[in-house]
Design a protein around this ligand. Sequence first.
Ligand SMILES: Nc1ncnc2c1ncn2[C@@H]1O[C@H](COP(=O)(O)OP(=O)(O)OP(=O)(O)O)[C@@H](O)[C@H]1O
Ligand SMILES: [Mg+2]
Length: 224
Amino acid sequence: MANTLLSLENVYHRYSISRDIFNDISLNIKEGDFYFITGSSGAGKTTFLKILSSSLKPTSGSVLFSGVNLNTIPQNKIYLIKRKIGFVFQDFRLLPHLTTYENVALPLKVQNKKEKNYKKDVIELLNWVNLEHCAHSYPNYLSGGEQQRAAIARAVISTPKLILADEPTGNVDYENSKKILSLFSEMNKLGTTIIIATHDESLISHKRASIINIENNGIRIRSK
Ligand SMILES: Nc1ncnc2c1ncn2[C@@H]1O[C@H](COP(=O)(O)OP(=O)(O)OP(=O)(O)O)[C@@H](O)[C@H]1O
Ligand SMILES: [Mg+2]
């Protein structure tokens, strides 16, 4: 029986008093599992990922990461949780003053790793996501799909415990989206828990995974 990586207990969330996004949701995310999050535009997929990643505190309820309650952990210790998570943002959030190579290497750099120990890995990963020609370019000079692949490379480079990916294939063609899915699948085989919010039915059909569907301010889970 797999351990629980993340637990949501009676979570409510609203951005304004006029509209609930989540109305009492509880679930367990199992370590090493693979999940898709589905739901119509505006249902709350990005909000859900932000709550899971400890970057958004729900209006009420508890989120536990490896048993640690995010409500009670001191603010200055949250980075210890965030360090275990690779987040692919829907809007990429690459740093404009860093090159593609520097953006992808950033999670390693902030962990005080030495460049001589990671340079080869970063270049290899850039090659793998077909970005070798962009390594020294700044994000503003990349196409949408290239920025998306750079954001994915940055999220996976440090082999985090959990990957949260928000529409990671929204800007790439079919071949690249298959490649991205196989990258996540390989990481999952090595033990990383993967959670992907997507509208992309073909992505979902290519992978056996549990589905968390967000609708009517609640969730429905279909286990694989
Ligand atoms: N920071 C915010 N302040 C106020 N309302 C917000 C905020 N972020 C999101 N919302 C609202 O919350 C709802 C859920 O947004 P969210 O981004 O989670 O949806 P989503 O399912 O990811 O949609 P999409 O498929 O379009 O990405 C939307 O109605 C949105 O307008
Ligand atoms: Mg979204």
